[in-house]
Design a protein around this ligand. Sequence first.
Ligand SMILES: [Ca+2]
Ligand SMILES: [Ca+2]
Ligand SMILES: [Ca+2]
Length: 170
Amino acid sequence: MSITPTKKARSSRAKIALVPFLSLGLFAGSMAVAGPAQANNDHDRDRDRIHGCTATPEDPRDLRGNRVDFRIEVECNDDRVVQIRQLRYEDERGPRRSDDFLGHSFFTVKVHEDEEKTVHSVDHVRNLDRRGAEEVYHLISFRVKKDDGHWSDWSHWSDWKQSKIVEVDR
Ligand SMILES: [Ca+2]
Ligand SMILES: [Ca+2]
Ligand SMILES: [Ca+2]
């Protein structure tokens, strides 16, 4: 299975749309059009960070009793509230739609300045493959509450981050 890196069509479209305005040398009013593009700059510079926060899908950890902890590490350089969406799978050959879907979760976490917080997401993993071990992984996407109380956009689908695939014997 693989993640296909996709170009962010939205930002390139925005740039193309801006060209006629700028080349016409329109007055300052046209700068308002550039507003949304500039707002995305933070994200473009460091695709991983949203408003100073990152969330990382850690390697799934096998626990006793057929349980697996699909851990997520969250870190912010300021006091923030982060929301995380998680999808958990057991890997099969071919595209993701043929993988076994284990479950999904939604977390809201308060993170303090420069604190590394681990979110534990424990799920049961049965003997899904008769032959050999089960290969488990998870995907996450996140958003961050801004100072003005509004939420950032969710990281786009192409920005869902995938953990390593870890084998667990069942
Ligand atoms: Ca498998
Ligand atoms: Ca399977
Ligand atoms: Ca098995």
